[in-house]
Design a protein around this ligand. Structure first.
Ligand code: DGJ
Length: 753
């Protein structure tokens, strides 16, 4: 087939997997992804938008009967005396405020007259191929043959306020990207006091809510709770997505498994304050909402201005939690991550943070680099402490000038020497911060976020720079860009080690102080966009005191994010399982660190640390000149292991098999190649137990008809049979023998015969 006809055929084939229609007769919008349908209805006369259906793919849009308009006494046109009853129960697609819907809403305003009533009705719509970028915000993307978009224009005719609800669907993934744009067509300014990005009303089918929680060094532990009457929410008002709670929630039927059952989920493509909430109403319906946290948020919209709220990704999976996970992974790998490393293996790095902390100089770094390069490690990353006069965490943030009393001979000399060893060089920065002990602060004390007249609250002895001011952004960016241009720097770790407080900007007028946190997040995005545009070959890794800003917003700029400051292999099982619930393994910054582990003091075998880090980007966080020789001698083997399996780990389908946080003894997961030709199973026996049977493990995702052999059978001497059919591995499973000792891990490589 000629290439152009082939391309056309592929386009047609792919488009068959997605469709958006509007049926003028029954006034139903229907969005079809490969396996799901999402339906919105328009209520006659008042033109309210109602949520009708989200679930398995349907063949028909004949669903107007599901709109809860005809349930006396709740019919607005027939029974206006009970209008609030209607508004308070109708499953709204996106809410107004203060006119009778007493459930918490997604949108609220304050007029110049001080009033807060707002009501949105359908006006028009547009369906088009492709997806438009969101102004200044990270967002999923795709070509005209890869996605389709529905924009529904709603209006409050009294306020002359337009609200555009956007829905994009993808031909290759069961996901819907939703966002909201507000346009002030009125003659007066208006304050937006809440603009959430997605709202979904549906009946509660005895659902449970899944959220991710944690703290520094304990990020993203999975929590599951029944949904009860009233509101349950997670959120952050810390100016970042945070260690503590995560901009993700799912709700699922109680009986759901990894492979079957209904799961709904929302994930926010945003890195600032957020709220994710489910409210169960008096009639047992639930309202799920996600968006920018309304606390301290107030955006003044002048006549003619628009406000763009960030994007929420909605997923429905009938194939259980595993199906949900793989939808997110697929979407983010194909339609969110950008740049030259999007589909590429990342260099194995060694980072000097846990090796030296602030106590390093050129000689020490070169010693590490020499030893590391001889072992096959491919990049040296110089962490915190190379600038100003920073020898601990009390000074110099903002003074982005190389400290030549530590980096003797200058940065270019160091980088050239590292390059001569055949290694790349990377550097750490923390652009959003300012130390009180810095020349920058002495010159510009007004550049810190602060409330006039109050002594600012320090965290790690630093303040946050007010990046809403262009002169601040430009100054910091130019200083860092000059460092990056001064030598062959191929990687940047962008850190952020404190959360926002003392919300006040000396650059904003009184009636715009409520814009600060969102503007700060937009400023961060603007700076990172500038960075990856000016340095397109750079590998950017985001980080925030470990994993406090591991979110889809940051993934738009960096293909990987440091997961946690806790690199202990056992703690990482939970951290990585929670992270991989939503994010692809290719994005999880994971390193082999020294023992006893610096965070928990635990000693685990070097192999185990390697196997656990293999599930992420893979690197080292130790002084390779000082670790035991036996460990050092294992590094070439681990390097070879990374090169052998990383394509599979990065690109394959991830399956959870058993989770240590649930069973307290072992962890097991698999990555299966897209063409089902191979799989890598990782098994970690956390605690050894006396006198136990072997454990049966079922390995899903394989081709039932194919036969697989254990390619590394020598590592599993206890297993005598080495060839199995895919369906046998999936449904009957294999027996994993008990391994003597704690914290022991092994991998099994299954290859199609
Ligand atoms: C927090 C990061 O997570 C660490 O890896 C390290 O870069 C320190 N900050 C440096 O201050």
């Amino acid at each position: 087939m000629p290439v152009s006809r082939m391309a056309l055929w592929q386009t047609v084939e792919r488009n068959r997997n997605m469709n958006i229609t509007y049926n003028e007769k029954n006034r139903i919008f229907k969005l079809d992804t490969p396996n799901t349908s999402y339906c919105i209805g328009v209520v006659d006369e008042e033109n309210f938008l109602g949520h009708v259906y989200y679930g398995r793919l349907l063949g028909s849009d004949d669903l107007a009967y599901l709109m809860r308009t005809g349930e006396p006494p709740f019919v607005p046109s027939e029974n206006n005396r009970d209008r609030t009853s209607f508004l308070d129960t109708f499953p709204m697609e996106y809410t107004g405020h203060n006119l009778g819907d007493y459930r918490e809403g997604a949108f609220s305003v304050r007029t110049m007259g001080g009033h807060t009533g707002v009501s949105l009705s359908y006006v028009s719509h547009r369906i088009y191929d492709g997806k438009e970028a969101l102004d200044g915000l990270p967002a999923t993307f795709g070509g005209n043959d890869e996605c389709k978009t529905l924009d529904i224009v709603c209006e409050d005719s009294i306020l002359k306020l337009q609200v555009v609800l956007s829905y994009s669907i993808f031909a290759d993934t069961d996901a819907i990207a939703r966002s909201v744009k507000v346009i002030n067509n009125g003659g007066d300014a208006i304050y937006l006091t809440k603009v959430l990005s997605a709202c979904m009303d549906m009946d509660n089918a005895d659902y449970e809510m899944i959220t991710l929680h944690g703290s520094w060094a304990r990020e993203r532990a999975i929590q599951t709770c029944p949904i009860r009457k009233g509101k349950q929410s997670v959120g952050s008002v810390r100016g970042e997505s945070s260690h503590q709670e995560h901009p993700f929630m799912a709700w699922k039927s109680r009986t759901v498994t990894e492979e079957a059952g209904d799961v709904y989920a929302m994930n926010f493509v945003y890195s600032g304050n957020f709220i994710a909430q489910i409210e169960e109403s008096q009639f047992g319906s639930i309202r799920a909402m996600m968006g920018i946290h309304p606390e301290d948020f107030c955006w003044k919209l002048e006549p003619g201005e628009r406000f763009q709220a960030p994007e929420v990704i909605c997923v429905y999976s009938a194939k259980g939690l595993g199906g949900m996970t793989r939808n997110f992974h697929e979407l983010y790998r194909n339609h969110l991550i950008r740049g030259i490393y999007k589909d590429k293996k990342r260099p194995i790095l060694i980072n000097n943070w846990e090796a030296t902390y602030f106590d390093f100089d050129t000689d020490k770094l070169l010693d590490i680099a020499r030893q590391a390069s001889a072992l096959g490690i491919e990049m040296l990353v110089m962490d915190d402490g190379w600038f100003g006069h920073r020898n601990d965490d009390n000074s110099s943030l903002g003074d982005w000038f190389v400290n030549e009393s530590k980096i003797k001979g200058g940065l270019k000399y160091l980088v050239d020497e590292v390059n001569k060893l055949g290694m790349k060089f990377g550097i750490w920065v923390e652009p959003e911060m300012i130390s009180p002990d810095s020349d920058l602060y002495r010159e510009h004390p007004d550049w810190a976020i602060q409330i006039p007249g109050r002594v600012g609250s320090l965290a790690r002895n630093q303040y946050v720079l007010d990046l809403t001011r262009k002169e601040v952004r430009d100054c910091v960016y130019d200083r860092i860009a000059a460092v990056l241009r001064s030598a062959n720097i191929e990687y940047v770790k962008w850190d952020m080690n404190r959360q926002l407080s003392d919300l006040g900007s000396l650059g904003l007028p009184a009636d715009r102080q409520g814009e600060l946190v969102h503007r700060q997040t937009l400023a961060l995005y603007e700076m990172q966009e500038r960075l990856i545009t000016d340095f397109p070959n750079l590998l950017l890794e985001n980080c925030s005191g470990g994993g406090a800003r591991f979110d889809p917003g940051m993934l738009y700029y960096s293909p990987q994010i440091w997961c946690s400051d806790d690199a202990d292999a056992i703690e990482r099982l939970s951290i990585q399982a929670g992270t991989a619930l939503v994010y692809p393994l290719s994005t999880m910054g994971a390193h082999v660190s020294d023992c006893p582990n610096h965070t928990v003091g635990r000693t685990t075998p070097f192999e185990t640390r390697g196997y656990v880090a293999l599930a992420g980007t893979f690197g080292y966080e130790l002084d390779v000149t000082k670790i035991p020789e036996a460990d050092r001698n294992r590094i070439p083997e681990q390097v070879a292991m990374y090169h052998k399996y990383n394509d599979l780990v990065r690109q394959g389908d991830y399956y959870r098999i058993a989770h240590y946080a649930d069973n307290h003894f072992y962890d097991c997961y698999a990555v299966v190649a897209k063409d089902q030709s191979e799989a890598l199973v990782t098994y970690v026996q956390v605690l050894g137990r006396p006198n136990v049977h072997s454990r049966r493990i079922c390995i899903p995702g394989l081709d039932s008809e194919k036969t697989y052999v254990i390619e590394n059978a020598a590592d599993w001497p206890e297993i005598r049979q080495t060839a199995y059919r895919g369906d046998t591995l999936h449904y009957a499973g294999i027996h994993v023998p008990p391994i003597s000792g704690d914290f022991k891990a092994r991998i099994m490589h299954l290859k199609e015969k």
